[in-house]
Design a protein around this ligand. Structure first.
Ligand SMILES: Nc1ncnc2c1ncn2[C@@H]1O[C@H](COP(=O)(O)OP(=O)(O)O)[C@@H](O)[C@H]1O
Ligand SMILES: Nc1ncnc2c1ncn2[C@H]1C[C@H](O)[C@@H](COP(=O)(O)OP(=O)(O)O)O1
Ligand SMILES: [Mg+2]
Length: 214
């Protein structure tokens, strides 16, 4: 599925001009979920959806769907992701906005997992979509993340779940993504969650952070 399809579906499935729909997005409850590769973002998002009914959008999942569709663009994206690098921002932001518009009428709130991954992505999102209400910073040591990813590799079939790619992804994370956390921390929007415990233990901390939102 190309992102152009989801945009036209979004517009035809619900009324409203582009500017009305953009305004709805601006007012929606948006939570960024930021953390290193294998820290447990996806795991926690799944639980949050179960308890709070938020709409979960993972940019990694959106990109992998494009890869699976076998388009030329998908092949280019796959090569970048397999090297542990970030794909061009324009691609990922447009995909994300289309997916958000598609859900904006039914979403109680949005969990944005894997975005922003660099400062320019944060700035572009704020300009073109909205300011987030909260940033959940899922924090685990590099050893824990490596161990979890090597475990995930046994079943994920993901091209980037390999020891060599992990090193590159970790470097990308520390260099490009952590400054995003600092940016939002200075605005008082970050809740730092220790992700070293079991998924249940981490979820308790996540719930405390989300409950403070209301
Ligand atoms: N708290 C946890 N304790 C142990 N394993 C975890 C925990 N959270 C996630 N995992 C496992 O670690 C791997 C990476 O989790 P995932 O949610 O895919 O992380 P991310 O989306 O941040 O890359 C998965 O195999 C998942 O089952
Ligand atoms: N916001 C974004 N900007 C650029 N590239 C992104 C991106 N989100 C995902 N990607 C690309 C690069 C990532 O290494 C890859 C996998 O992302 P992911 O599924 O979010 O990883 P994980 O959940 O394991 O941390 O996809
Ligand atoms: Mg994930």
């Amino acid at each position: 599925m190309g992102c152009g399809n989801s945009k036209s579906a979004a517009i035809s499935s619900a009324g409203g001009s582009d500017s009305v729909r953009d305004n709805k997005l601006k007012k929606s409850k948006i939570v960024f979920v930021v953390g290193g590769p294998g820290s447990g973002k996806g795991t926690q998002c799944e639980r949050i959806v179960g308890k709070y009914g938020f709409t979960h959008l993972s940019t990694g999942d959106l990109l992998r769907a494009e890869v699976t569709s076998g388009t030329e663009r998908g092949q280019r994206l796959n090569a970048i992701m397999s090297r542990g690098e970030l794909v061009p921002m324009e691609t990922v932001l447009q995909m994300l906005k289309d997916a958000m518009l598609f859900k904006v009428d039914s979403a109680k709130g949005f969990l944005i997992d894997g975005y922003p991954r660099e400062l320019s992505q944060a700035e572009a999102f704020e300009k073109k979509i909205a300011i987030p209400k909260l940033v959940l910073y899922i924090n685990a040591s590099s050893e824990t993340m490596m161990e979890r990813l090597m475990n995930r590799a046994k079943t994920s079939g993901r091209a980037d779940d390999k020891a060599e790619t992990f090193k590159a992804r970790l470097q990308t994370y520390y260099e490009a993504t952590e400054p995003v956390v600092q940016r939002y921390d200075s605005k008082g929007l970050v809740k730092k969650i220790s992700a070293e415990g079991t998924a249940d233990e981490v979820f308790k901390l996540v719930c405390e952070a989300l409950d403070s939102l209301k």
